[in-house]
Structures are given as C-alpha cells and as structure tokens.
Design a protein around this ligand. Structure first.
Ligand SMILES: [Zn+2]
Ligand SMILES: [Zn+2]
Length: 394
C-alpha cells in the first residue's frame, strides 16, 4: 500500500474523536427528512472549518448542501454523498448517522493528503432519503452532472457493495365514485372501492405473465369510511419493481391498464399519481472492486460478495447518470434487519464507531485511488457507458 494511503489513514485516526462525536450527536438528535437542520449545521460547520466551501439549502431544499474542496483545477471531480435523516417513531434505524459522519471524515482526510494532484472533492448532503428523496430534485437540477464518480457509504449487517438494485415506481391509484345509501339506494351509487378491488384482482392475473424479477405489492390506503355508504373515494398504493427501467416501463403500462380497466368496469373516475421513482443501479464492477479492496486495506476483516437481493434506492438514480457505488459496512450481526431497534442501538456502539472509522478510511482510500490512477477512472467510465447501454438496448 502506498504512503499516501497510510497518511490518509493517519488523518482519519487523527480526526476519529471528531468523527465519532458527529456520529453520536446525529444519532442522539434524530431528525426527519427535510428537517435535518441540526445535522446539516454540524456537518457543514465541520467541513467549513476544514477549508471546504459550503453552500447550504441548494436546489431549494433547506437541508441539502454542497461542500467543495478544490486541491488543483482540471483534475477529476469526486462526489461523496451522505444522508442524515431518521425514521419516524424509530430514530436512526437505517444508520444514516454512520453515513454522514464517515463521509465527512473521509472527505476531510482526503483533502489533507492530495499533495500536488489536480482534483476536486465535493460532499453532497442529500436529505430525506427515507421519504421524499432529496436526490431526485438534485438530479433534476443537474447538481451531479459534472462529477466523474459518486461514492456513498451505508451501514449494514455485512461489509459489501450492491451488485444491483431494482427500478421502482411508487404509485397512488385514486378512484372517485358516487356516494349513496348502501341499502336504500345502492343503484344510485358508484363504488370507488370496487375500482380498487378490481385493480388488485387484475394485477393478480398479470403477475403470472411478467418476468420473475418483477415485484408488485400494494395496500389500500383509503377504502371508504362506513359500510352503509357506497364509498365515493378510495385509494390503493402500489410499488412496482423490476430489474431494469425499460422492462419496468412496459410492466407499469400494464399495471396502469389494470387500474384503467377497473375504472371503466365500475364507472368510477381514476387518477394515477406517481409518488416516487427510482432507477435500477447501473452496476460498475470495477468500481465495486475498488471499494471492496479499499475496505480490506482499511482493516475490515470479513467482506462479503456483492449483494444480489436488494430493494430500490434513490442513489441508483445517481448511478444512472454517472458511475457510482455504495460501500456497505457491517456494524450489526449478520441477518439483523434494518429499520429496527437493533440498528438504532448499534449506532453508537463500539461496533458502530469501528465501522465509521474504517468506512472513512475505505472511502477516502478509494477516492484517492480514483484521483491518483487516471487509467482506472477511464476504465470505470467505459464500463459504465457499456453497462448503461445494455439497459437501454434490452
Ligand atoms: Zn432506510
Ligand atoms: Zn438508509
């Protein structure tokens, strides 16, 4: 391992008290999406103290930020993304405290060890991952467009990277009917609930005739109020997922048609509302390898192969425009589910603190390699281009 990496690790060790204090503060002051003001204040103040130029509230998101350190113009621009929102009623059950603290630690340690290398390091604070997804308006505004590569960290039950993630749309099907007394004048009513139920039934039949990677799961979020009134308003919410965006789009049209058919047959009026949309991750094997190799060099003992069974993430939307990868670092025992009290409790444990420090080293080491070895970055960009192409042509 080269000397610069050793001094990056030494910088992380020197910052470790600060990094752990940030981790514990964010953990102990959980804030919901778009309200992470205390976390943002602490993270941006720390970055500013270490010579990063900070812009808060970018893209009209009050708790989004961008912090830039330019070592020397004209080099690669490395994006380090972090999340810091908590879960309602639970706290930091997704471990975003680990993520924010280790990314800020990695960015500072990296900035202190770039020597003469031309490079820019940009930390992006991306709010509300668990709810409205700050990354989506940030992508729309083009804030990631000039990056060469984007890296992220997430806590986990094993140290690994995601080999894939599913493309996903979250949709509300809103049916409007006509209220009437359900016993005295049912013939005068149009049941919005019938529209919802027929949508579920039609989707059950559809299930048989889609690829096995498709996942469709729904709930009724409004099924009417009382049983003796024909419901004039009913809503079903569905997640529809598939391994890649082009195929998902074809399935979505069929799911929409199921709902349209339900509206036609019941005489109700249908509104289809898209709540959230994630792309599939564009997987860049070489970038995954850089992260895993650097995790090992940073002293993480047990490393698992890339995860194959995953849900969906808004980080995938970033990997749809530029090469990106997320390092997952173990801090809970294998098999411990996220969004749980176990994750909350482990957030400030010794294992949590260890994960934060080794993640900071692994991310900073990876970013350094991408800056110091231009061929590596070129190979990654080429693999990204081909991987993206293969989804488009599917
Ligand atoms: Zn989560
Ligand atoms: Zn998370």
């Amino acid at each position: 391992m080269n000397n610069t990496k050793q001094s990056i690790y030494a910088s992380v060790d020197g910052l470790s008290e600060k990094i752990i204090a940030i981790n514990d503060f964010i953990h102990d002051h959980p804030e919901l999406g778009n309200n992470e003001f205390q976390a943002v204040e602490l993270l941006t103040r720390t970055l500013a103290e270490h010579h990063f130029q900070v812009e808060r509230g970018i893209v009209s998101l009050p708790t989004a930020f961008k912090a830039t350190f330019t070592n020397k113009e004209s080099g690669p621009i490395i994006g380090l993304l972090c999340e810091y929102d908590a879960l309602e009623g639970l706290g930091h059950g997704c471990g975003h405290n680990l993520q924010a603290s280790s990314i800020v630690g990695a960015a500072i340690a990296l900035s202190q060890n770039l020597g003469d290398l031309p490079a820019t390091v940009v930390v992006y604070g991306t709010p509300a991952e668990e709810t409205t997804s700050g990354k989506l308006p940030m992508i729309k505004a083009g804030v990631f467009d000039d990056l060469d590569v984007a890296l992220m960290m997430h806590g986990g039950d094993r140290t690994t990277v995601d080999g894939k993630s599913l493309a996903m749309n979250l949709i509300d099907f809103i049916f409007e009917g006509k209220a009437a007394h359900a016993a005295v004048a049912p013939e005068k009513g149009i049941s919005a609930l019938d529209g919802v139920l027929m949508t579920f039934n039609a989707i059950e039949y559809l299930r048989e005739h889609v690829r096995p990677d498709v996942k469709i799961h729904g709930v009724i979020t409004n099924g009417g109020t009382v049983a003796n009134i024909v419901p004039d308003h009913a809503v079903a919410q569905f997640y529809v997922r598939a391994a890649d965006r082009p195929y998902l789009d074809t399935v979505l049209e069929r799911v929409y048609n199921a709902a349209r058919g339900a509206a036609l047959s019941t005489g109700s009026k249908l509104t289809i509302k898209e709540i959230k949309r994630c792309e599939n991750k564009v997987n860049v094997e070489k970038l995954n390898q850089v992260l895993l190799k650097n995790a090992a060099e940073a002293g993480i003992q047990e490393i698992s192969p890339p995860r194959t069974s995953t849900g969906s993430t808004d980080f995938a939307n970033v990997t749809y425009i530029i090469p990106g990868a997320c390092l997952r670092v173990a801090f809970v025992p294998f098999g411990t589910a996220s969004h749980s009290t176990e994750w909350v409790e482990a957030g400030t444990s010794e294992a949590g603190h260890r994960a934060v420090i080794s993640a900071a080293k692994a991310i900073a080491g990876s970013a350094y390699e991408l800056i110091a070895v231009p061929d590596l970055l070129q190979e990654i960009k080429e693999e990204f281009r081909q991987a993206k192409q293969s989804y488009v042509m599917n």
